[in-house]
Design a protein around this ligand. Structure first.
Ligand SMILES: [Zn+2]
Ligand SMILES: [Zn+2]
Ligand SMILES: [Zn+2]
Length: 329
């Protein structure tokens, strides 16, 4: 049975009821048992187990060995290409087909290497693969938006430990994106993130690293400890239209700042969220990447109010991460 969208009329947010995703396997055992690394046997993402995933949509190889694979998710949250039509089933019950695409991007053949431990060439390849798939999703008539992400670690929502990311393409523009679009529209001083870049670079307190193409900051408004935002210096709405040089810079910046984060805090769980403009939107947007270390849990107050309490200031977090990067260099 395919997934279904249901509208929460209290918040205006769509919810996906995914009937089949509870059947998916998990390689994560209880943290208490502390034997996570056992799951390498039979990992569907390791070389030699290619038959355990649906056939690859794209494979990047070198000398007969694959380096990166993108495969359809075996347990998709979004599938099919019915157009987005909301159906009213009663005064408060609104549903729609959960059309879309759900893919897995296997970040490397190596089961044990985090993004921060891969070679520069490999992380650059990940961004190329992501760009190619996001560009391909655009061809589908029903797709409005593609979300690329990496969940690393069980606490961040990963169900398998082999490093992988996901690409979810939806027939509607999700609320988080319409909220950000509204932020861009509210800001009257040109592009909100171009202005952020300029202001953060001038102060430098919250800058974690910078190179020719991107700036990584722990933003002024960071809502959780060590949260980071990577902003391309060149204004562009879409990730899939970014230059190779920008994508390379994003890839390597993620690697370096995750390395700094891990040397500071250990092998922590984290989420990477890639935000790009909806495909057919010609409003204001500036694509960017959120790095969200999973160090705290949203508790009652945060869930009840949406107000986040950050116990480490972004100025302190950025200073620590900068120091850690200096040690790496
Ligand atoms: Zn594996
Ligand atoms: Zn901009
Ligand atoms: Zn964003």
């Amino acid at each position: 049975m395919n997934s279904e969208l249901r509208l929460d009329p209290l918040t205006g947010r769509w919810v996906v009821i995914a009937y089949e995703r509870s059947a998916r396997p998990s390689s994560f055992l209880d943290r208490d048992k502390n034997i996570q690394k056992d799951s390498i046997n039979g990992c569907p993402f390791c070389p030699g187990h290619e038959e355990d995933t649906p056939p690859a949509l794209v494979t990047y190889s070198e000398q007969g060995h694959w380096l990166l694979r993108v495969v359809p998710n075996k347990y998709p949250a979004f599938t099919g290409n019915e157009p987005m039509v909301a159906i009213t089933k009663g005064p408060v019950f609104t549903t729609a087909p959960a059309s879309g695409i759900h893919e897995v991007i296997i970040l490397s053949p190596d089961h044990n290497l985090d993004w921060s431990e891969l070679s520069d060439e490999q992380v650059k390849l990940i961004m190329r693969g992501m760009r190619d798939r996001i560009a391909a999703h655009r061809d589908s008539q029903v797709i409005r938006y593609s979300q690329a992400l990496v969940n690393s670690g069980r606490e961040a929502g990963a169900s398998l430990e082999h490093p992988h990311g996901q690409l979810l393409a939806t027939s509607f523009v999700p609320r988080e994106i319409t909220d950000e679009l509204a932020g861009f529209s509210r800001f009257l001083g040109g592009c909100l993130l171009c202005a952020t870049l300029e202001a953060e670079e001038a102060i430098a307190d919250r800058t974690v690293m910078t190179d020719a193409d991107t700036v990584t900051v722990s933003p002024f408004w960071a809502s959780q400890p060590y949260e980071m935002l990577i902003i391309p210096k060149n204004h562009g709405e879409h990730l899939h239209r970014a230059s190779f040089s920008e994508l390379d810079s994003i890839a390597v910046s993620i690697k370096r700042v995750l390395g700094a984060l891990r040397s500071q805090l250990g092998d922590i769980a984290y989420n990477l969220v890639f935000h790009s403009s909806p495909y057919r939107d010609h409003g204001r947007f500036h694509w960017h990447v959120h790095i969200l270390p999973k160090l705290t849990t949203r508790a009652g107050f945060e869930l009840g109010t949406g107000v986040m309490i950050n116990i480490i200031s972004p100025e302190k977090a950025a200073a620590e991460l900068r120091r850690s990067l200096e040690h790496q260099a």
